[in-house]
Design a protein around this ligand. Sequence first.
Ligand code: GRF
Length: 216
Amino acid sequence: MLKIGVLASGRGSNFQAIIDEIEAGRIPAKIEILIVDNPEAYAIERAKKHGIPYLYVNPKEFKSKDAFYERIRDELLSRGVELVILAGFMRIVKKPMLDAFPNRIMNIHPALLPSFPGLHGQKQAVDYGVRISGCTVHFVDEGVDSGPIIIQAAVPVHPDDTEDSLSERILKLEHKIFPEAIRLFAEGRLKVEGRKVKILDYKLPDKYFTNPEIGQ
Ligand code: GRF
């Protein structure tokens, strides 16, 4: 069983999707802890409901960003965590975490990277006028949404889309590809070579491309 630690800042719908897949027996993993940087994060309610330990780490209590991440790192290591999941964690992860978990931190971003990194990926896509957007699961490196890409999924952008309507369409696919990427990792099927991720014995399902059912 792969030991997972999840970091979140808010709603936690991706966290929930991962919990559901694990509980359904489709990912050979266990969530050891949820760590939040926001005491109001709804993700906490989800952890409580599923008997997952959680911890609030207040960034304001630390002298530096590194000290904040050292605290989180130590908590994760003390619980034997092997893979860290950023499930809507609204901060840039710093060196103490990256050094402790090289190619072992996964993030989901609501755009087709390398387009529209950073905040509000969905709004950036709507404002730019692209016809297709989507989501990306990637390993985390020192940059902003710049690490090796594991899985992407695409959705159409409609002329009358708003940030909210596009976000909703993308979110449905986030909930599919994030657990999928974790499953592949847990099964030992992800191999990072430079900035590329090889997936052993895998065919990307057609459903992860523009899907009229989801798009309309
Ligand atoms: C998602 O859109 C994710 O792509 C981004 O933050 C949002 C988190 O949503 N990184 P939730 O907290 O998982 O519901």
